[in-house]
Design a binder for this molecule. Sequence first.
Ligand SMILES: C[S@@+](CC[C@H](N)C(=O)[O-])C[C@H]1O[C@@H](n2cnc3c(N)ncnc32)[C@H](O)[C@@H]1O
Length: 347
Amino acid sequence: MTRLQLNRRRNRFLRAHHDLGTPTFPSFPISMSTSFRHESVLAAEVVEFLRPAPGRTIIDGTLGGGGHSGLLLKGGARVIAFDRDPEALAYARALLAPHGESFVALEGNYAEAPAALAAMGISRVDGILLDLGVSSHQLDTAERGFSFQREGPLDMRMGRSGATAADLVNTLPAAELARIFREYGDEPRAIHFAARIVRAREKKPFDTTAELAGLIAAGRSGPRHPATRVFQALRIAVNDEIGSLERALPAFASLLAPGGRLAVITFHSLEDRIVKHFFRRHSVAEVDDPTWPAPRPNPDRLFDAVTPRSVTASPAELASNPRSRSARLRVVERRCELPDTAEGGAR
Ligand SMILES: C[S@@+](CC[C@H](N)C(=O)[O-])C[C@H]1O[C@@H](n2cnc3c(N)ncnc32)[C@H](O)[C@@H]1O
């Protein structure tokens, strides 16, 4: 397919799917800065497991600063990358432009990658990477509102549209805020913080990260900032991070060619549990039930496990990149021979 055809298909997809639709809230200012601070985690492991080579197409669902994509391109693969963040896209596109037609970067949610690829005439790929969460650049940019340590608007959106963190804390009922803090942040004082937020917003709605962090931290101290969990939880809710992951995993299973690999890097236990259970459910050879005389072949088997346990950063990486501390990489490979009942059985 020529570059022109690819661009036409890409533009058709963007018009139909990406989240540039009519923003319901003002967009954050997009800086086209040439500096983008983010060190890719588990980079050597990603290359080893995804085996980039000429003739292989690999999807990078979380482009960020383009570190992983760059390595996959260096290995000779064609990379089609996604990010919701226009700032990350602008930076990575410029960085990886020397790779020419081997690199395509699209703005949108990775969960919509299969539709984007279908619009480009691609129905099978050889590898998919997800490196979840936010980049260091996003965290460090005060105007994006991700960090309780930097004063900025209480935004937290990775993309340009949708409700901001301020919209959630200023409008959701206390019970819903508490659920978000508990489910997405493991926050033991979820109900307490939700109630305090609701009381405080009656006097004045929250506008900035500092206002929210100040309310949560009031009178508390400890090795970890008291607002860490609440900010993580809000970020996950604002960006529907769990919903995106849950929608994407089964769709990616169908996108992988036989022998193709899916690699996912997670940074907190909720995401890791989702990935672990999905991979296990679709890679165990047999399933059992106390009422059966013997185990039976797993009708949902789609994958072979490549990493029976999660892979974590080496001591050298831990020493040089503190963000790698909580990173866990899991990889599965699409099976070549599928039982009749398994095709399309991913959920
Ligand atoms: C941890 S960073 C990725 C860093 C990248 N692997 C690198 O080496 O530079 C995660 C990136 O994924 C993006 N992201 C997170 N969830 C996304 C989603 N559902 N769809 C598209 N992009 C997403 C974020 O905007 C962020 O830029």
